[in-house]
Design a protein around this ligand. Structure first.
Ligand SMILES: C[S@@+](CC[C@H](N)C(=O)[O-])C[C@H]1O[C@@H](n2cnc3c(N)ncnc32)[C@H](O)[C@@H]1O
Length: 242
């Protein structure tokens, strides 16, 4: 079975995002083909960040993604459920998803990030779908029971990119499926990894996702960075109802 999903790139997004230099390449992933689409500047930024930072020193690093795991547990997914971690980077969430018997996909714009995660997992990496893509510029063919995003959406500061993200989420989530979206809370940091971020709240996310989604839960977390700073995060759980 092909462990790498093929992501289609709608022409309409190419027009919206004409300001970016779009590179389109067929790459190999675990011996199987998938197609990647990305904007050069962001991929360059994130590959540089991951190449120059040991995983345990990244400011967003969690030894164990406690809140995500609690929220996933509360949703009550069946074994074998399809879960995508969007902007998953080198997070250890995927390790726990495998342990709990889910079928994980990790999508990230950075090849270097996914290489770190694959190296950590060793042979277990073959049980994961790895997708190198810009979430604001692609549409998934597969559908998921759960969409998880900790600190990816908040980097999309252009309204058109946020709309593209929402369209991708809608296409990727099964009816009745859940989305966990986390980022810096209102009043929290305004930049991350040298980039400006958008601080979403329940109202801004509900407006972005549209009437097909209902808010199930919201939860705050004070994240302590490896350097000892405190960062206010907020997690939102939405369910697709239409
Ligand atoms: C702050 S890190 C968080 C990583 C991980 N979710 C965690 O909690 O440890 C943000 C991640 O989002 C990825 N990212 C940023 N913009 C993206 C985009 N447009 N599409 C896909 N991934 C993106 C970065 O490469 C990075 O891995």
């Amino acid at each position: 079975m092909n462990p790498c999903s093929v992501w289609a790139y709608p022409a309409v997004f190419a027009l919206i995002h004409i300001k970016y230099a779009i590179r389109r390449a067929v790459v190999r992933c675990g011996g199987h083909r998938h197609i990647k689409h990305m904007s050069g500047s962001s991929q360059t930024h994130w590959d540089k960040v991951y190449s120059g930072t040991p995983p345990e020193q990244a400011s967003w690093r969690q030894a164990r993604p406690e809140v995500s795991l609690e929220l996933i547990g509360a949703i009550g997914l069946r074994r074998g459920a399809a879960v995508i971690d969007v902007g998953g980077g080198a997070s250890t969430l995927v390790d726990h998803l495998l342990e709990q018997g889910f079928a994980p996909t990790v999508l990230d714009i950075s090849h270097a990030a996914l290489a770190q995660a694959r190296t950590r997992l060793g042979p277990r990496a073959e049980q994961v779908r790895w997708v190198i893509a810009d979430v604001a510029k692609c549409r998934p063919e597969a559908q998921f029971d759960l969409w998880h995003d900790r600190a990816a959406l908040h980097f999309l500061i252009e309204p058109a990119d946020q709309q593209a993200y929402a369209a991708c989420l809608h296409a990727a989530l099964k009816p009745g499926g859940h989305a966990i979206i986390a980022g810096f809370a209102p009043g929290g940091p305004e930049r991350c990894s040298g980039l400006p971020v958008v601080q979403h709240d329940a109202a801004s996310l509900a407006a972005l996702l549209g009437p097909g989604f209902e808010l199930v839960h919201a939860r705050d977390e004070t994240h302590r960075t490896p350097a000892g700073a405190e960062q206010a995060f907020r997690y939102h759980v939405f369910r697709r109802i239409a």
